[in-house]
Design a binder for this molecule. Structure first.
Ligand SMILES: [Cu+2]
Length: 141
């Protein structure tokens, strides 16, 4: 059932990609998380997300001093507890690009020291891609 649902989502995405193959309508946004502050402690990331709408196809760019922070996408439970799943390796390049490939809620944390508990955590909602000009908007789920 779940697998079937996933396949349906992918084929939908594929159709969207085809629709968006005209260059002018494909507006990808690269968001530098935290803007000039970057991905670090002492930034209010919930404020950063206000007034932003993230779409499938956009990218999140996490910039930080390599070695001082890292980046891990987690589920809501790990996010809430600032827990690091044992089977997951964080990204560590200091310039981690995360393509937003599916709609839904995404959770990110830094797993170093107590950074996550100190507020270095980000939750965003990814919407399906915006409509092309002259077409009705896709129905949000
Ligand atoms: Cu950190």
């Amino acid at each position: 059932m779940a697998l079937h649902l996933k396949m349906a989502n992918f084929s939908h995405l594929f159709l969207l990609l085809l629709t968006f193959s005209v260059p002018e309508v494909l507006a990808i946004t690269n968001y530098t998380v935290g803007d000039a502050s970057g991905w670090t402690t002492g930034v209010d990331f919930s404020s950063w997300t206000i007034a932003k709408t993230f779409f499938v196809g956009d990218n999140l760019v996490f910039k930080y001093e390599k070695g001082k922070h890292n980046l891990l996408e987690v589920d809501v439970s790990s996010f809430a507890r600032c827990a690091t799943p044992k089977d997951k390796q964080p990204m560590v390049t200091g310039n981690d690009v995360v393509p937003l490939t599916t709609p839904g809620i995404k959770w990110f944390i830094c797993t170093i020291a107590d950074h996550c508990n100190s507020g270095q955590k980000l939750v965003i909602s990814v919407e399906t891609s915006p409509p092309t000009t002259g077409q009705p908007p896709p129905t949000p789920k």
